[in-house]
Design a protein around this ligand. Structure first.
Ligand code: SF4
Ligand code: SF4
Length: 378
């Protein structure tokens, strides 16, 4: 039975966060996972170089709290690693560590500077045969996945499961988008990746979350919560419901549930009374209205196909905001973006609506267009 720990925490004051994390770790018996010489990896969300107050990345106060708790129990090997969007190179990691506040944690964790990776085979029965994973993930005995609770342009929810996409090195992430261009296949891939990595603990930073055009272009939404579970899928299912995103609309969770990897009915709540987001979180502009539920069952699939083409969200660049940095082009899986005269241009058909370009744009220059509009709440 997956235990879902809920602890209210209104601020990033370090003492308050330390207490919250200690309560979670006691509730989940993290002490029982420790042994002499244990190598711990803390996997935060460092999607891009954004300051902690933008709520795009895991707040460093949670990482410090987890590391301090482990150190107090004698753990010496504590690494912090993520592969953000874009290049997985030291020259890209260093500024991200600085801007996100991780560099200041060098006294309690070892910031990863090894940009190597290893191929890990998937178990029999997986659609994906293997994944390349960054070295610290392969070398850890215990993975503590410290994710940010956000909306996401493609997957709707970014929390524990989506955070593990950062275990895949650098520009191999757009390659996976390209290999799984539709949300069905991409969701299956994310679920299998999470199952392969299997973090022993997932801690969610839901003090200040992101709503709207997440994972990087949305707005801050205060929730005042921290959440934790030993089961990453159950954790995300619970978190989605809290913020008004229908869990059954989050493909990666639906896939995991269908494979029997968790049972949402079995979640046991411990800790504080959870606070539901009211009103529900604003979804990304990419979220479409699906009105086919009112049609007879045999008409739903063809209707979705036709309407999918009309409602398909596509990126649109605002040339006034674009600074020509090229990060969108670097991360575009089908390589349909070029930089001309210091402006991004979409040069060809073939957009898979992954919105990696929007995610990586530091200037918020990319919005969403479609032939027929429509947005939906959870
Ligand atoms: S243009 Fe943007 S949304 Fe379209 S495939 Fe490229 S990165 Fe994805
Ligand atoms: S659209 Fe954004 S990411 Fe792309 S070149 Fe312009 S500023 Fe950079």
């Amino acid at each position: 039975m997956p235990v879902q720990s809920v602890v209210r925490c209104e601020t990033y004051d370090q003492t308050a966060v330390n207490e919250a994390v200690a309560r979670h770790f006691e509730a989940l018996d993290v002490r029982g996972l420790l042994h002499p010489g244990v190598r711990v990896l803390i996997k935060p969300n460092l999607v891009a170089g954004r300051r902690p107050e933008t709520a795009a990345t895991t707040h460093p106060a949670l990482v410090r709290a987890a590391a301090l708790w482990l150190r107090e129990r004698g753990v010496e090997h504590i690494a912090l690693a993520d592969s953000p969007g874009g290049l997985y190179a030291l020259s890209a990691l260093e500024p991200i560590y600085s801007v996100t506040g991780m560099k200041a944690l060098g006294d309690v964790v070892s910031l990863n500077r090894d940009t190597g990776f290893q191929k890990r085979a998937c178990p029999a029965g997986f659609e994906n045969t293997s994944f390349n994973l960054i070295n610290p993930v392969c070398e850890a005995d215990l993975i503590i996945n410290i994710a940010k609770l956000k909306t996401h342009a493609m997957t709707r929810l970014s929390a524990g499961v989506k955070n593990l996409f950062g275990c895949v090195p650098g520009l191999q992430k757009p390659e996976l988008h390209y290999r799984h261009p539709d949300i069905e296949g991409f969701s299956e891939m994310l679920a299998e990746l999470a199952r392969l990595v299997s973090p022993q603990v997932t801690l969610l930073d839901a003090i200040d979350c992101m709503e709207g055009d997440g994972p990087t272009g949305g707005t801050v939404r205060h929730l005042g919560l921290t959440l934790a579970s030993r089961d990453v899928f159950a954790q995300d299912w619970f978190a989605a419901g809290l913020v008004g995103i229908e869990p059954d609309s989050v493909g990666m969770l639906v896939k995991a549930k269908a494979r029997g990897w968790f049972d949402p009915e079995a979640i046991e709540l411990v800790g504080d009374e959870p606070v539901r987001a009211e009103p529900p979180f604003r979804l990304p502009q990419t979220a479409s209205v699906d009105f086919t539920g009112s049609l007879p069952a045999f008409l739903r699939a063809p209707a979705r196909k036709v309407m999918g083409r009309l409602l398909k969200p596509l990126p649109k660049v605002d040339p006034k905001k674009c600074v020509g940095c090229g990060r969108c082009a670097e991360s575009c899986p089908p390589h349909i973006i070029v930089i001309e005269n210091r402006k991004a241009k979409f040069t060809a058909k073939g957009c898979i609506s992954c919105f990696c370009c929007q995610e990586m744009c530091p200037a918020h220059a990319i919005s969403v267009k479609r032939i027929f509009g429509g947005r939906m709440r959870g």
